[in-house]
Structure formats: C-alpha cells, structure tokens
Design a protein around this ligand. Structure first.
Ligand code: SI3
Length: 291
C-alpha cells in the first residue's frame, strides 16, 4: 500500500438546521479544501466530521459524496471506527469499494477494553478488506493509551500502516518515530504541528486546516526545510487563530468562518448546540482578523 503523507483536513460535515446532511454543503467543503487549502488529502468521518453522532447510512452517504466530489484529485482516508464492530467491518468494505486510499479507526472507547481486545478490534476490521489501516490514537477523548510495545504488536499486522497521533506526549511521539521509521505518522494537534514536524511526522491531520490549511502547509514545509524561525512565526499566528476558535466553540466557529468564505458549511448536529448571535458575531470577527 502506498505510504500516505502531507496535509490532510479532518473534514467537517455540513448539516441542515434539522440535523440532516447538507449534500451541497459537503461538496463545497471538499472543493474548498482542494481548491483553496490545497490539501493532500481528507480524513473523512473523524471527530471533526461529528461522526460519532451519526447512523450507518449517514456515514455511508458522506463517504459517497466526498469520493464523488474529490474523485482522484487527493487522497482519502475513511474513519470507520465504532463501538459497533459490525458497523466498522461493514464501513471498511464500503469505503474500500468506493476507492478510499486508507482506512482509519479510533481506538474502541467508553468500556475499558484490554489491549488484547483493542488489537483484536483492529485485526478484525482490516481482515477481509484489501486496504491499509491507520490507528486513530486520541487518548484525551477516548481514555485509551497505547505503549510503544503495544504499537509494535499492532504493527505485526502489515496492513496496519500508521497512526494519527492526537496527543501532546512528544516523548512517545519521538519513541514512535525511532521505533517505526517506515510507518505513516500523522500529527493530530494543529497547535503543536511545528514540534511534531521537527520530530519527523510524515504529515498532519487537523480540523482547523479546513479554514487555515495554507498556513498549516507553510509550517510543515518550513519545519522540514529546517527554517524553524519562519515556521514558528506562522505557528504563532496559527495558534492565535486556534486559541480564538477554541474559545468560541471549535466546529461551529470553523463552520461560520467557512460561511464567511462563501462555503455552505451549515450547522452542527445535536447534541451539539445551535449558534448564538454572539457566537456568530465572534466567529465572523475571527475570520476577518486572520484571513
Ligand atoms: O478525527 C478528527 O477529526 C481529527 O483529525 C481530529 C484532530 O486531531 C483535531 N482534534 C479534535 C478532537 O478535534 C485537531 O485538529 C484539533 O481540533 C485542533 O488541533 C484544535 O485543538
């Protein structure tokens, strides 16, 4: 399987006010990421896609719309992880049949699964499909930690080819890079992209790239060229933006920013809340301050 690398937006999902999927909006989000952010790929059905609040058919619909819009212009990763492993197995086949370049699955959460169970989950999802798997490691939301030794056990399965590393543990990130130089390693925290790039990640997957993708690439490229001062200057502006966004509500603010840019990014899905007038005003100000 080809090794993935570069800048990937964790794709937002555009919802109508009643919570249904806004197909036109999803298409516009894909186009904006390709044409304006100039990303190398999209991570579809992740946290940013509000995936864990969706039903199976809705997940299928999003995978279909995104592939239909993006065609082969960029790489596509389908996040298929779910506590319902039958759903994961089904979606893994579904996305592979659509032509997705890789699968990814969040570590199973909520119940305190043993590592043996986590390993079995990944092996089961990838077993009967001709595709690769990127482990979605996000301990601050799942409570699931994986040690270097355990990553080694997962990678004993050659179809498990990488990790989306959404954690601030740079010691673990460095140990991972040294132990698995050939595995695809993606940074997951946009606000820590510079140090992650210095430690040798192959790329980054982020929510804020939907709006701030151009700066994300600058940080990545500068850091890889050893131009640390230049990279840090862009990271500083990026983190001012991210700090403002996080204060105002992450996904909603990104969507309102995109609306200011002419993209029909829609609403968030309940239980996420509606936009207040104040939030909309703040988000518009944020957009015009940085773009
Ligand atoms: O699955 C996904 O949507 C992601 O790629 C998540 C990504 O790691 C983001 N994490 C979350 C929880 O949203 C980050 O991009 C994050 O939003 C950003 O660094 C701001 O903290």
């Amino acid at each position: 399987y080809p090794k993935l690398q570069g800048i990937y937006s964790a794709l937002l999902t555009s919802f109508n006010h009643d919570g249904t999927i806004n197909e036109k909006g999803v298409r516009e989000l894909v186009r904006y990421n390709i044409d304006v952010n100039k990303v190398d790929g999209l991570y579809v059905g992740g946290s940013t896609g509000e995936n864990f609040m969706l039903g199976t058919q809705e997940k299928e619909e999003i995978f279909k719309i995104v592939k239909d819009e993006a065609k082969d212009q960029i790489k596509l990763i389908a996040q298929v992880g779910s506590l319902n492993i039958k759903e994961s197995v089904h979606l893994a086949k579904f996305a592979t049949d659509l032509g997705y370049d890789s699968l990814s699955a969040v570590t199973p959460f909520y119940y305190k699964f043993s590592f043996a169970e986590v390993k079995d989950y990944y092996n089961t999802i990838i077993e009967n499909v001709d595709n690769q798997m990127i482990v979605y490691f996000i301990p601050f939301l799942t409570g699931v930690n994986i040690s270097i030794e355990q990553f080694g056990e997962l990678f004993a399965n050659e179809k498990i080819t990488g990790c989306k590393f959404t954690a601030g543990d740079f010691y673990l990130l460095e140990r991972f890079r040294k132990a698995f130089p050939d595995k695809a390693l993606f940074a997951g925290f946009d606000e820590m992209m510079l140090p992650a790039t210095v430690l040798g990640v192959d790329g980054a997957i982020g929510s804020t790239f939907n709006v701030n993708g151009v700066r994300a690439r600058q940080i990545f490229d500068f850091a890889r060229e050893g131009k640390i001062k230049e990279a840090l200057d862009v990271q500083h502006v990026t983190n001012d933006f991210i700090t403002d966004v996080l204060k105002n509500g992450l996904y909603g603010t990104l969507k309102i920013c995109l609306q200011e840019a002419g993209v029909d990014a829609g609403y968030c899905r309940k239980p996420m809340g509606d936009y207040s007038d104040e939030m909309i005003e703040n988000a518009k100000k944020i957009y015009h301050k940085y773009f």
